[in-house]
Design a protein around this ligand. Sequence first.
Ligand SMILES: O=C(O)c1ccc(O)c(O)c1
Ligand SMILES: [Mg+2]
Length: 628
Amino acid sequence: MQTAIATVSLSGTLDEKLQAIAAARFKGVEIFENDLLSFNGTPTDVRRMIADLGLRTITFQPFRDFEGMPEPQRTRVFDRAERKFDLMQELGCDLLLVCSNVSPHSLGGIDRAAADFQELGERAAKRGIRVGFEALAWGRHINDYRDAWEVVRRADHQSIGLVLDSFHALVRKTPLDAIRSIPRDRIFLVQIADAPLLDMDYLSWSRHYRCFPGQGDLAVDDFMEALQATGFDGLLSLEIFNDRFRAGSARSVAVDGQRSLLFMLDQLQRRTGLPVPDLPDLPPRAVCHGVEFVEFAMDERNVKAFEHVLQGLGFVRAGIHRSKDVTRWRQGDINIVVNCEKEGFAHSFNITHGPSVCAVALRVDDAAATVDRAVKLLDQPFRQAVGPGELDIPAVRGLGGSLVYFVDHKSGLDRLWEADFNAVTGAEDEGAGLVAYDHLSQSMHYEEMLTWLLFYVALFDVRKSPVQNVMDPGGVVQSQVVETEDGRFRLALNASLSRHTQASRFLTDMFGSGVQHIALATTDIFATVERLRERGVALLPIPENYYDDLEARTDLPPDQIDRLREASILYDVDGSAEYFQAYTKSLEGGFFFEIVQRRGYRGFGAVNAPIRLAAQTRLAPSPGMPRI
Ligand SMILES: O=C(O)c1ccc(O)c(O)c1
Ligand SMILES: [Mg+2]
């Protein structure tokens, strides 16, 4: 299949868009008329620019309000088409996209529309041009691809074909089976778009909320299966109208587009067992078995205070790196790496972002295959010098320039603690009962959120939760979770349009996106909280009103509520599944730890999030708290 993208999908001027499209390795581009009109150059200039970039203009669009017009509009619309044909010839494009008529003047009638297309086909053929007809979901008479196909079929002209757009078919829930019986050579172009499920009119939904496949909730996979059944191997183009993409980086959004198509087609091939022509051979999505370690980039000024926090939480110094100023802290199955090197990646990260999480290492079955998949999905691999005898742990660039490492058993990377660290003996501590990473939470710019969502779902065998809107005293925060089926890897992505939310303030403080909080699991939160208090850890105080409300909305007995209140623990229940959460006070810089206990519960305590955010907002970071 030949892949392309429409210029409307990206931010910038036409030349910036085209450069981004070429850099993301697309071969074809759909030129939107507005991008051409606003360009300061002739169609011939654009043609040259496109050729110089190694691209091909596959479509010029949209041509509106064409079929079914009464006179005198009908004559005028044909004149307008002839002028667009002139322009297309100068541009070097042979396919015009006509979207279904929305004009109140249009008359409807399948045969009338077919006759118009028959005539348009005659005129187009004289110029060596073809015309594709697309049903808009809000078309006045034609809003169903099956009717558009019937018009094309009756027009019965070799220059007239069908354009399918997944968005229009899927939002209307038009049955997809009829796609299977359309002859593939009659499908001139297929446009692909996903979108979140929203309760909204089709036009607004389409013009503002479309996204790349894998980022939304539509049944794009079903659409692709129906299309594959036709044997279609023509043009597949991303056509995404999205306000975030318009505000984002054209280069990064174009790469996301390419990644989304590779991901979608790879999944299609795996599901149906039918090969997709020209698709690179990708290893399967990596199964993630959890977090091996989280690495903090620290500096001399902050490290003592941070290590004091780790000790308070019950961590012990378990290993010292053989050649670097790097320490392993451990409790249960949780490893935290504190990196104080004066050169290398962590040091640069610390200089740019201050003390913060610079890397996360994930347990996978096959680290090399994971990196191979990542690179084929256009992720950025990362390498740095390793000392003699030390392990070379493969990595790719993650959020905010941080790293994602991959550790496996297959190639012995799980020996990293023995291979790279000298064990510290005699440092036993009964700990605080923390046993494992429960989840990580990353805060990012609003425009980046779909990028990182796609990064995770394309690389790992994870599912995504629906987007939640969480109320912060400073505005709304969007939150979405990616997690493995078994819950061993869970990651929350957060972003906000307001500059005043905790998530946004964290971005300002850290000069970029990153891990804002880490949730650690205990099997007995009451015992853990007691230990933490004994060790002098300051927990986030929760207001009385919260516990009064718990009495009202749950069946918890009063003594249980008193225990929660006394320990500043938040609670949620879902059927018989229960969730307990407590928080450390935020450290300077906005980072914090969460302590959680799950009893069969799969969520993240969304009902409690506004309470927690308000409590954090009330507390300015206390002076003397370490800045991390
Ligand atoms: O929103 C529109 O008008 C519009 C135009 C052209 C398309 O291909 C489309 O899917 C939508
Ligand atoms: Mg379309």
